[in-house]
Write a protein that binds this ligand. Structure first.
Ligand code: AMP
Ligand code: ZN
Ligand code: ZN
Length: 409
């Protein structure tokens, strides 16, 4: 495998700079690879002082953060990034959901539910692209396993956590060989999220997972370079949310407050509740000072949670770092040292955004961007017309070459 030393990355940056001038004039299309490093906060990247990601940051654009949507879970956030919609609009309001109209339940581990189109509202980027004859492949991404509006990505695979990160990189390169005209490919890594949950976000194991992912990205860039594609490839790296330190010392036992007659959806630290009666709510509100129960009228504005068949009249959220459990009487389980799902305004829940390539300027820092802005950015990079969405391209005006009056052709 070719390793990307700082000098080599400077060369890559130069290649991208030259290519950006050339590609604006020539018709050679640029491909974008959208990479998600699940559960990674920008401050974690700051600990990578060398390597591929560091080189990409130094060569390109880094946002202060990527502001996640509520709840700060994997499925709602990844699907907001590719649709530009808040969860109430795209329908994926949690990793686990209950739909009061269809009476169906959704769980990210349930393949039948994931492939059931009725869960997925809105228009993900691969559907917007397919409608405009632009090819997109997904090396895993929430939503990509269902047919949406009659479309699937050009290439996709059913999610399989055993399909290793290195195989995912190889698959992306193979797809590019098979169909050189792919304009967008997504690539998903969960090693970081798994290590963050099991060992905590400040653990050596989490850092090692990031270093492994950094190595996979090095292999990706090498593969692109071997194919003479690197100079016309944009690399956009995001994460869906950050990770908070949790502890067995911060557990809330809800045994006496979770009744079987009420309808529940979700898992700590965020639950949706359709209570059987007001008494359930009153009791729950008094359950513990580190658990908050919000009625619909009290939902914080930044959640953007609006009434629909999957948004319960009550949302129960633990304070940062606290874990709710409902069977302590049977025995308190081992509590993982890391978790997310908390209020999206918390600094610890922030995600990351880094981008490098011919469409991006060099060495630019921009303020925080919203998860819903990613769809607009991708549509812009693919030169396709976006569907109606909640995002905006304006956050990237200082990051994109063609939006900068001084550099535009
Ligand atoms: P979370 O509980 O929100 O941290 O979810 C992260 C986990 O979701 C990862 O560890 C993955 O195993 C899993 N995951 C990610 N993408 C998918 C997918 N497309 N289908 C099923 N599970 C997924
Ligand atoms: Zn996640
Ligand atoms: Zn997670």
């Amino acid at each position: 495998m070719i390793r990307f030393s700082p000098g080599r990355l400077a060369l890559v940056a130069l290649l991208w700079l030259l290519a950006s001038c050339a590609s604006l004039k020539s018709s050679s299309p640029v491909t974008t690879i959208l990479i998600s490093i699940d559960g990674t906060h920008p401050k974690h990247l700051a600990r990578l002082s060398s390597g591929t990601i560091r080189g990409l940051i130094d060569a390109g654009v880094q946002a202060e953060a990527l502001l996640p949507v509520f709840p700060t879970k994997t499925f709602p956030n990844h699907y907001s990034q590719v649709t530009g919609l808040y969860p109430s609009g795209h329908g994926i309001v949690g990793n686990r959901m209950y739909d009061t109209v269809t009476n169906k339940r959704f769980d990210i581990a349930d393949r039948v539910a994931k492939q059931d189109s009725s869960w997925w509202w809105g228009e993900p980027i691969w559907v917007t692209a397919a409608k405009q004859n632009v090819k997109v492949a997904t090396m895993f991404w929430p939503g990509s396993e269902a047919e949406i509006q009659g479309y699937t990505p050009f290439f996709w695979r059913p999610f399989d956590y055993q399909f290793k990160s290195a195989q995912r990189v190889d698959q992306v390169l193979q797809w590019l060989d098979q169909e050189p005209d792919l304009r967008l490919v997504t690539l998903y890594f969960e090693e970081s999220d798994v290590a963050g949950h099991l060992h905590g976000p400040t653990s050596p194991e989490f850092f090692q997972a990031l270093q492994r992912i950094d190595g996979h990205l090095g292999a990706l860039l090498s593969g692109l370079e071997e194919r003479n594609r690197l100079s016309r490839t944009n690399i956009v790296i995001v994460s869906d949310h950050g990770m908070a330190d949790t502890s067995a010392k911060r557990i809330v036992c809800l045994d006496d407050f979770v009744d079987a007659e009420s309808q529940w959806a979700g898992k700590s630290p965020v639950l949706m509740l359709w209570p059987k009666d007001e008494e359930t709510v009153t009791k729950l509100r008094q359950a513990h000072p580190h658990v908050k129960v919000y009625g619909e009228a009290e939902f914080p504005a930044h959640w953007r949670l609006t009434d629909n068949q999957r948004v319960a009249p009550y949302v129960v959220v633990a304070d940062e770092g606290w874990t709710m459990y409902n069977a302590c009487k049977i025995g308190v389980p081992k509590i993982n040292p890391g978790d997310h799902g908390y209020d999206n305004a918390l600094l610890s829940m922030r995600g990351l955004f880094v981008a490098s390539g011919p469409s991006f300027k060099n060495k630019v820092n921009i303020p925080a961007v919203n998860a819903v802005d990613i769809y607009e950015l991708l549509c812009h990079l693919l030169s396709i017309k976006p569907a109606k969405n909640d995002g905006s391209l304006s956050a990237f005006s200082k990051a994109l070459r063609d939006l900068d009056a001084a550099e535009a052709p």
